[in-house]
Design a protein around this ligand. Sequence first.
Ligand code: GAL
Ligand code: CA
Length: 355
Amino acid sequence: MIWKGFCILMSRKKRIRQILWIIVAVVMLVLTGCSDKKEPEDKVLRVGVVTYTSDDPFINALADELKENLKSMETKDMKIMVSIKNGDDDQQDQDEIVEEMIDAGCDVLCVNLVDRTAPSQIIRLAKQNEIPVLFFNREPVWEDLTQWEDLYYVGCDAEQSGIMQGETAAEYICSHPEVDRNQDGKIQYVLLEGEAGHQDAISRTNYSVKTLIEQGIHLEKLSYQFADWNRGQAENRMNRLISQYEDSIELIISNNDEMALGAVAAYQKAGYEQDKWPVIFGIDGLDDALEAVKSGKMQGTVYNDKEDQAMQLAKLAVEVFKGEDTNRKQLKAGRYYVSQYQQVDSSNVDEFFKR
Ligand code: GAL
Ligand code: CA
């Protein structure tokens, strides 16, 4: 009897303990968030930006703009970390930096190749680790860009900048007959070229000259000089040409503004009065060049829309990370974003400051 009573008491206690355990388990489940509604996971997007050099004002301005855009796209659910490095003008160094960035856990790469014909190592690493690559400014060839589905390119149509530069220069020369200083019916010109093999240098040179000729300008070539997009190098090249040709150069066509500004510096330092200078045309529309157009030291440039390119890169980086395709759907051949150039001369230069 006593034993039976004890057994009943114990089994009641056991049931109470079981019920208590169930209550504890339910409370724990609710507290640990095991409900239908999931809290958003904390996401971090790490973007690695690698430029070809630290020494190119256009590229630096573009990279800074890209970083700002990415930071402005942070949300409370997604932090964005951006690291900017450069390849120190050496493709192998750039390959190593890309490898380090991948090892450090980067999610998306934005790469401005040192050598646009040698992206294989970067593509191989990216594919192996499934890290999408947005190439920019230095365009890989189609065969490379189609090696893997997560490779994209953001840049411009170089031909368009050459045509626009040629048109701006032709228009100026037609309405200013004094450009032909020796009045021989021909315009003696010098061409400052960016860098052998660069898509922008090749097309800008060809189409700028071709357009001037098509517009009826008789040209006489004095010299073509490579100056690596660089102001100092262009100034050196121009110093030599100024001692050789003195004031008989009538037109300078430059593949970019930095080199055009090198030519401006060379004429200033050579002590020539401005009416003995040639007319000078560049491309990019960086602030120093816009100032030079405004003050009449340069006659024109072509705006290389870094804000547009940086915005597109930022949007694509976020999109490929999230696996969305709003912008991707609009890319040319599913891979190319082509930003539009704009002509700049003294009549519209004010619109381009502080873009
Ligand atoms: C061009 C630009 C140049 C230079 C070059 C570097 O698009 O006009 O100034 O930055 O890219 O690849
Ligand atoms: Ca002449």
